[in-house]
Design a protein around this ligand. Structure first.
Ligand SMILES: [Zn+2]
Length: 219
């Protein structure tokens, strides 16, 4: 799951518009932002097996980001952190968005998500059915994106920044699909590229919150 995670951010924004979109976008990938930082520093390990269908990632060791207790800890931690700046329900929305990452990963990952550190690993392996997996990701973006656009209209905000962001994500997914990773252990360079992509998406997401109310023509 790559851009599909941002569907959770869009759904959260539709329900709780007070949460900034860049925060929700970062929240949707917070677990992977931590993971890419841990790949760079060698704390967690992954490799690429180009013989695999769908995602070619083999996620060997990621207890600090993708085990169930770790995902819960990142979610609660993020909610508490943003509570310093955001209203209560916006903070709850951020925490739930962080946790959505684990649930969506559960759907697509091959069994590599530990239920407890060193414990049973789970994953429904939709990655093994790449066409269905891509359809699920784009479908999630379409449904949650439509809810986000509708909520913006209710608030008297332009729809096009949201539509532009959705288009950007779809383009990113296509580029990612067409950019195979080199075979072997995932190195610091790949980790840094992935981290940079998540940060760029958060910056682009921030643009969708820039004020500019849609105005109806007045007589
Ligand atoms: Zn993940």
């Amino acid at each position: 799951m790559f851009v599909g995670h941002y569907a959770a951010a869009m759904a959260a924004k539709a329900i709780e518009p007070k949460a900034p979109m860049w925060t929700l976008a970062a929240a949707a990938q917070l677990v992977d932002i931590g993971w890419s930082a841990f790949i760079i520093t060698g704390i967690e390990h992954a490799s690429v097996d180009s013989a695999l269908p769908g995602s070619t990632l083999v996620l060997e060791y990621m207890p600090w980001t993708h085990s169930l207790p770790a995902a819960l800890a990142w979610s609660v931690g993020a909610a508490l952190l943003v509570r310093l700046f955001l209203p209560l329900w916006a903070s709850v929305a951020v925490g739930l968005t962080v946790f959505s990452h684990w649930l969506l990963d559960l759907l697509v990952h091959r069994p590599d998500l530990a239920l407890w550190p060193g414990g049973e690993r789970v994953g429904f392996a939709l990655w093994d059915y790449p066409v269905i997996e891509q359809a699920v990701e784009i479908g999630l973006i379409a449904v949650c994106g439509a809810a986000w656009v509708a909520s913006r209209k209710t608030l008297g905000r332009f729809a096009w920044p949201a539509i532009g962001f959705i288009g950007f994500l779809v383009a990113l997914q296509i580029v990612a699909m067409l950019s195979p990773q080199p075979e072997g252990p995932l190195g610091a360079r790949s980790g840094a590229t992935i981290l940079a992509i998540y940060l760029v998406v958060a910056v682009v997401a921030a643009l969708t919150d820039i004020r500019g109310k849609a105005r109806r023509a007045t007589a």
